[in-house]
Design a protein around this ligand. Structure first.
Ligand code: FAD
Length: 342
């Protein structure tokens, strides 16, 4: 159920008042971070789909869990800083092998403890029904209400699941087992790399939405025209769930190399120029990458995108710079629903 903006305001005021105490308890030393508040656990759980009905533009971030050996305090302060930006939710990735799913639940719980709704990613290509059931039950016990149902990327050294061939099978399984999750799905404005064509991919996407997906998050893209064409094609195909545009700020050399080769996203000339000019100038690349993302988001919001999902790569500085730049537009679009934003 949606918590009213007013009660959220009182809740946050309470947390802010007792911040020093909670900071001692949780060992968080971020002056501008909203505080992990124990009573956040007692807040009413919330599904994401009603937020799309209440807001014209949903605003969310994606993070990835730390390696099993990594110190969890780093991700704790990342989540504290991201939560301070009051996103509508934070999604938490998982590994396709399924081994990362345990950490996904742990990090999703942490997100929840900061008073932000988590969206936990669940993959199925290397899992059987009992292990998916165990992962879903664990998420439910942790109070997670929203999952992103994914097939996952095929791993060359692992056999595909005999129980799940597509994400739509996972969506059907979650529904048939009676779990009361809001289920999101992935989609690809330039088409999934395994599909022969975009129309074929959209036909397959319809199986997923028909199985019970309540909103879609897109793969990252850099040319908004691809998103607009995709949106029109979804409408023709009768897919009418909200679609959140995935935006990845290209702010570091490492991202540029990895993201471009992995995602297969089309690179517009504007991005190519930015990369070739600033590749070895970290500060300039950071500024140019943030400016490009802000420009892309402003255009998407102008064109009525129902939400933006920011792939922030666990970088709260970038998330803050971009959120601050578009905050006024979000406030204007969402009106009273955004009243408690800083
Ligand atoms: P599907 O929806 O199953 O689609 C995969 C392919 O199968 C497509 O070509 C599709 O057209 C085709 N297809 C689908 N249904 C059918 C059908 N019924 N019949 C025939 N063909 C069909 N990966 C991770 O490992 N961990 C993550 O946390 C993660 N998060 C992601 C978040 C987002 C927003 C996105 C866009 C991707 C994410 N991925 C993640 C990557 C994703 O797992 C891969 O892109 C994967 O290759 C496809 O997953 P899917 O859920 O889209 O698959």
């Amino acid at each position: 159920m949606r918590i009213t903006a007013l009660s959220e305001h009182f809740f946050q005021t309470f947390c802010d008042l007792f911040a020093p105490f909670f900071n001692l308890l949780y060992n968080i030393d971020k002056s501008n971070a909203r505080t992990a508040c124990p009573s956040a656990e007692k807040r009413k759980n919330m599904k994401i789909s009603p937020i799309f009905r209440q807001k014209k533009a949903v605003w969310s971030f994606e993070i990835f869990p730390p390696k099993p050996t990594a110190d969890p305090s780093a991700v704790q302060s990342t989540i504290a800083e991201l939560s301070a930006l009051r996103p509508d939710y934070i999604s938490v990735t998982c590994s396709a092998g399924g081994s990362g799913n345990a950490r996904t639940g742990e990090i999703a719980s942490l997100v929840k403890s900061f008073g932000v709704e988590p969206l936990a990613h669940v993959t199925c290509i290397n899992s059987d029904k009992p292990s998916v059931r165990a992962a879903l039950s664990d998420l439910r016990e942790r109070g997670v209400e929203n999952v992103l149902a994914l097939r996952g990327d095929r791993l060359p050294d692992r056999e595909d699941s005999k129980d799940f061939a597509h994400a739509s099978d996972l969506v059907g399984f979650i529904r048939s087992e009676g779990y009361d999750f809001d289920i999101a799905g992935a989609c690809y404005p330039e088409g999934h790399p395994e599909s022969k064509s975009l129309p074929e991919d959209i036909r397959n996407l319809k199986y997923k939405t028909d199985a019970g997906v309540s909103h879609l998050n897109t793969q990252l893209f850099f040319d908004n025209e691809d998103f607009y064409r995709f949106r029109d094609m979804l409408s023709i195909a009768g897919i009418d769930v909200p679609v959140q545009a995935g935006v990845m700020p290209l702010v570091k050399k490492g991202h540029v190399d990895r993201i471009i080769s992995l995602s297969g996203a089309k690179i517009p000339a504007k991005i190519s120029r930015m990369i070739s000019r600033f590749y070895d100038r970290p500060e300039a690349l950071m500024e140019a990458g943030i400016a490009y993302a802000v420009d892309q988001i402003v255009d998407l919001l102008s064109a009525g995108a129902q939400g933006i999902h920011l792939y922030v790569m666990n970088n709260p500085y970038v998330a803050k710079r971009i959120t601050d730049s578009v905050q006024g537009i979000l406030n204007e679009l969402n009106g009273a629903q955004n009243a408690d934003r800083p």
